[in-house]
Design a binder for this molecule. Sequence first.
Ligand SMILES: NC(=O)c1ccc[n+]([C@@H]2O[C@H](COP(=O)([O-])OP(=O)(O)OC[C@H]3O[C@@H](n4cnc5c(N)ncnc54)[C@H](OP(=O)(O)O)[C@@H]3O)[C@@H](O)[C@H]2O)c1
Length: 370
Amino acid sequence: MATAADTPGTAAAADIAAMRRAVALAARGLGSTSPNPVVGCVVLDASGHEVGAGWHERAGGPHAEVHALRQAGVLARGGSAYVTLEPCNHTGRTGPCAQALIEAGIARVVYAVGDPNPQATGGADTLRAAGVEVVAGVLEAEAEAGNAAWLTSVRLGRPYVLWKYAATLDGRVAAQDGTSRWISSPESRADVHRLRAEADAVIVGSGTARTDDPHLAVRGIEGAVQPLRVVVDTEATAVRPGARVLDDAAPTLIAVAEDAETDLPGVVRLPRADRGLSVPALLAALHERGVRSVLLEGGPALAGTFVAAGAVDKVVGYLAPVVLGAGPAALADAGITTLTEALRLDITETVRIGPDLRITAVPTTPDKER
Ligand SMILES: NC(=O)c1ccc[n+]([C@@H]2O[C@H](COP(=O)([O-])OP(=O)(O)OC[C@H]3O[C@@H](n4cnc5c(N)ncnc54)[C@H](OP(=O)(O)O)[C@@H]3O)[C@@H](O)[C@H]2O)c1
């Protein structure tokens, strides 16, 4: 029987189809694998039929390849494995995947993105040395986008930051009197719970904590791993005992100044900056705690200093068909005083969520930190 490898045209199409499925599988791990990447794997037998599939479900658990190989059993022999990230070469909490693929008798490994982690890289070389055919870079951009949080955190040494806001059509996130519940629709708010579930930490500033007493935990998503709830409260005056963010629905960290007076548990002390606390120090403290992706939920003042620090990697705005005419804008001072300094973005997606419009965008100009 002709295999996919015999005819280059079919080979490309078959490789892309299998890798696309692996990318979709990888996404199922978002929010539960940190500090590890999300990874998906599909195993085809020697005649090109899928016999195994899996994804990395949680840190400390088996890697995607192991799940897929277990499912495939002896049918993996002489077959192909499609992996979204170069198979690892090191023994961490689990054994090296390159070795597992060799032992399973896999003849061909196709991966999308090379492993930038210096401890894990080298899997492709190990496979080649064992006589396995290795193809790299298939559907690389899609797999990169799916793993953006982890790849960014490895490359920059800080968590990936997604800034999310809900605004009126005239760009306001609250009314003049500070009320902001609710600008967006129930559908958009449910969508935000998905973003929270995919993040390792959710951050708000003390202004939002004071005005809204937000809960910040994930609701309505079965099996979701709760993110770390973070409030940036320089003087330790906004989060009071009894605040909703202090309940036991999820872990909580209050970031305060080194000299702040507080008896609250779960506090991290950070250096002050021109405005509030240092954003790089906050991100470094979170990175040290294994946080690889952050959902920044505002408000406008905190989001402004994140933008000023070059620490926003993606923006998700929910635009509601409402106008207010007065009230704070989605973003406060970001250190931009003239148009040539504007942070310009590429829109990567627009989608209707209930009555609202969700716009996703990524910065086009290189961030100042990079
Ligand atoms: N619609 C939406 O999407 C949305 C989302 C969130 C909030 N909101 C609304 O926005 C309003 C609150 O926003 P806000 O801008 O007043 O407050 P905020 O951004 O939530 O918090 C700002 C405060 O955080 C503290 N902070 C600590 N480090 C900081 C830093 N590096 N940069 C900036 N601030 C830092 C500062 O106070 P200290 O230094 O004293 O701690 C600062 O005043 C509320 O009306 C809320 O309802 C709307």
